[in-house]
Ligand binder design. Structure first.
Ligand code: IPM
Ligand code: MG
Length: 372
């Protein structure tokens, strides 16, 4: 099959991680006889520098004209200390979500058995954790009725939701739960916020159509504690935009391996995939950044194309690299492997060409370099 994939490397280490992900997609292309047509677009700080906007028209056009979008990382700390900057790198992403109607952000949290000791939590607390967060992405406080802080003495952001906005993501969450462990936890602040009361009403009604799925409610402050105390009790988590932003980052710490976590942002027509981690500007061009989160984002992208066998090949290759200790220094301080080598290992594994890079299993098991 033929697919058009937009690649938006963005800022910082984005270019490097996208290159590794592209290598893996090319390996999938070869093994499974597909044709991937890549189109590159600029976004974020890099776009601001040249076009004075974080989302140039050309980039939006490329995205609209593609079957899926793969984003690297966006942001630059030089914008962080200016709260009234008119353009900011991350506005590119916020605008893209709106323009493309990407209303659901989906973040899986999975613990790699060999990385259990990376977690700041005890092994028996995180044991069995397998969570899927559905965060509403195109409405709520991020988008509704904003009063500009640059022009007045006061400022406001309004959190408003419609039934339709809640129901479309709720259905996605319940459908996902049906294929997993049949549990949805709706996280809100319904003891205080009217928008949360609407979430409860709409989600409770939708739950009637999914009799096999148990629905529970949690207030967001309580959930923030529970997620750390007992992360393995969650299956599918459903929440609004800002609570989701915060809880998704909290959950990413549970694994202790944030650089292995991907995310998907989906709408009716388009879908965008990216790593959860930030631009790590200080690591740029040093061959140090971990490419795994972006490579796993491509596995989610392939699943979106319903290429399940292909996605599995990518996941198996990543599992193998982690199990064999072919990882970057963030996962093993003694590792001698860089971004490129990890990407090559994973791509070669997909190609079934493990021998070509002179892998010696005995050395790999000992954690020694296998490059001859
Ligand atoms: C995320 C990020 C973005 C958000 C930023 C970069 C605007 O934190 O995707 O979670 O807040 O949604
Ligand atoms: Mg965030």
């Amino acid at each position: 099959m033929k697919y058009k994939i937009a690649l938006l490397p963005g800022d910082g280490v984005g270019e490097e991680v996208i290159q590794q992900a592209k290598k893996c997609l090319e390996a999938v292309e070869e093994v499974f006889h597909h044709e991937f047509i890549f189109q590159i677009g600029v976004i974020g700080a890099k776009a601001i520098n040249t076009y004075e906007t974080a989302l140039p028209k050309d980039t939006l056009r490329i995205c609209k004209n593609s079957d899926a979008i793969l984003v690297g990382t966006i942001g630059n700390h030089k914008f962080n200390n200016n709260p009234v900057a008119e353009v900011r790198p991350e506005h590119g992403l916020i605008q893209l979500r709106k323009e493309l109607g990407l209303y659901a952000n989906i973040r899986p949290l999975r613990i790699f058995p060999s990385l259990v000791d990376k977690s700041p939590l005890k092994a028996d607390i995180i044991k069995g954790t397998d969570m899927l967060i559905f965060r509403e992405l195109s409405s709520g406080i991020y988008y509704q009725n904003k009063e500009d802080a640059t022009k007045a003495q006061s400022a406001s952001d309004v959190c408003k939701y419609t039934e339709e906005e809640i129901s479309r993501i709720a259905h996605l969450a319940f459908k996902a739960a049906k294929n997993r462990n049949n549990r949805v936890t709706l996280i809100d602040k319904a003891n205080v916020l009217n928008s949360s009361k609407l979430w409860r009403k709409v989600v409770r009604d939708i739950a009637q159509s999914y009799p096999d799925v148990a629905l529970e409610y949690q207030f967001v402050d309580h959930a923030a504690m529970k997620m750390i105390a007992a992360p393995n009790r969650y299956d599918v988590v459903l929440t609004e935009n800002m609570f989701g932003d915060i809880l998704a980052d909290e959950s990413s710490m549970i694994s202790g391996a944030v650089n292995t976590l991907p995310s998907a942002s989906v709408g009716e027509k388009q879908a965008l995939f990216q790593p959860v981690h930030g631009p790590y500007t200080e690591l740029k061009d040093k061959d140090l950044v971990n490419p795994v989160a972006t490579i796993l984002a491509t596995a989610m992208l392939l699943e979106h194309f319903r290429l399940f066998e292909e996605a599995m090949a990518v996941r198996e290759a990543v599992d193998k690299s982690i199990a064999k200790g072919i990882v970057t220094k963030d996962l093993d301080a003694n590792s001698q492997y860089g971004t490129n080598h990890v990407g090559d290992f994973i791509a070669n594994h997909i190609l079934g060409h493990d021998d070509r890079i002179n892998m010696n299993n005995e050395n790999i098991d000992l954690g020694k370099s296998t490059i001859i």
